[in-house]
Design a protein around this ligand. Structure first.
Ligand code: XMP
Length: 331
């Protein structure tokens, strides 16, 4: 057993007892934080949502959530987060529109790891600035989960990629420490905890969305044009998956901006447009993933709809590669 495995065993045991975990974690948060404040990086995904509710239960108004729209969110995402967490749960939530700032910073960067590091670094700086505006905030909350730790090479595992929320904090971060209440849980366990905390099903079952967002699904340089195209294509695919009730068969499904342009024809005229890829995978722990056998007629319908409705796209391909050898995200 390496260090990370030992730490998980101590927190979770052989099989997760959800109620006991919640109780212990709330106590652990209170013991760590006391009457100090926590700033939580909310992404709208399951991990940070569960973190937010756990922290809210533990420290109430001393939790301040910050949602940064880094310009790489999915369609309507920022609005939905506000409605659920501010509206329904009454959690302190500040939303920051930082699209321009992030895109300016990422300009010209094409290497996937550098893009991740750029966005991760900018994220931390935005939070630091926000923390200053909000007064003294001692702790930084994060929705790190166990696979993030494994894949970032912590605890003796081999690094697969640099997840932005692990090990990427600058030394001058200015917080006393990190609070990571779901750090030793696998994704399915995080969902169980979320359900027990009373988070509505549609949020708990929501597919994972990486911290850097569409940045890991938009290949090459990040531009508003490419991201807007991707947002529309992705929305069409996810909407069609839900309408066809195929969303329950895949743990993750999304569109990818491949950054490849090819020739097509629209209204009798030649076009030169982007190739969008669609991907739907089934997995339990996200360490390995298989391909969801979407009905072929469904795939061709989605392809045609995306290539017809989204300006700038004239071709759609279906990614049928399992993990390994591919990863789930294209990057
Ligand atoms: P890969 O692409 O490595 O993805 O097969 C495995 C799972 O991790 C998600 N993912 C992330 N989650 N921060 C996260 O919280 C990240 O930076 C990140 N990158 C990938 C990915 O969507 C998949 O579910």
């Amino acid at each position: 057993m390496n260090q990370a495995e030992k730490e998980r065993a101590a927190k979770v045991g052989k099989k997760l007892n959800v109620k006991a975990y919640i109780k212990a974690e709330i106590e652990a948060i209170r013991a760590q934080v006391g009457d100090k404040k926590v700033l939580l990086a909310m992404s709208g995904g399951v991990d940070s949502s569960v973190c937010a509710v756990l922290l809210h239960k533990a420290i109430g108004k001393n939790l301040m959530c910050v949602f940064v729209d880094h310009g790489c969110m999915r369609l309507n995402e920022a609005k939905e987060v506000k409605k659920v967490f501010k509206g329904k749960f009454g959690i302190n939530l500040v939303q920051i529109d930082a699209e321009k700032r992030f895109l300016d910073k990422a300009k010209g960067i094409v290497d996937p790891e550098l893009k991740r590091k750029c966005i991760g670094g900018e994220f931390i700086r935005v939070f630091e600035e926000e923390a200053k505006k909000l007064g003294r905030i001692e702790f930084l909350g994060q929705g790190t989960i166990y696979p993030d730790i494994i894949e970032s090479g912590v605890g003796g595992h081999k690094a697969v990629k640099a997840h932005h929320n692990v090990g990427g904090l600058p030394k001058d971060i200015g917080f006393e420490g990190l609070v990571e209440p779901v750090k030793y849980l696998y994704k399915d366990e995080v969902r169980k905890v979320g359900k027990a905390l009373g988070i509505p099903d549609f949020m708990v079952q929501r597919q994972p969305f990486p911290g850097p967002g569409l940045a890991v699904r938009c290949l090459g340089e990040l531009t508003k044009e490419k991201l807007d195209i991707l947002r529309q294509a992705d929305f069409i695919f996810r909407d069609e998956m839900a309408k066809a009730k195929l969303d329950r068969k895949a743990q993750q499904f999304f569109a990818v901006m491949t950054n490849v342009k090819s020739v097509g024809v629209k209204n009798g005229a030649r076009t030169f447009g982007y190739v969008i890829a669609i991907r739907a995978v089934s997995t339990s722990q996200f360490v390995k993933a298989g391909i969801v056998p979407l009905p072929f007629a469904f795939v061709t319908k989605v392809a045609e709809k995306i290539a017809t409705k989204v300006k700038g796209v004239n071709r759609v391909v279906w990614d049928v590669t399992p993990k390994p050898p591919a990863t789930i995200e294209w990057e």
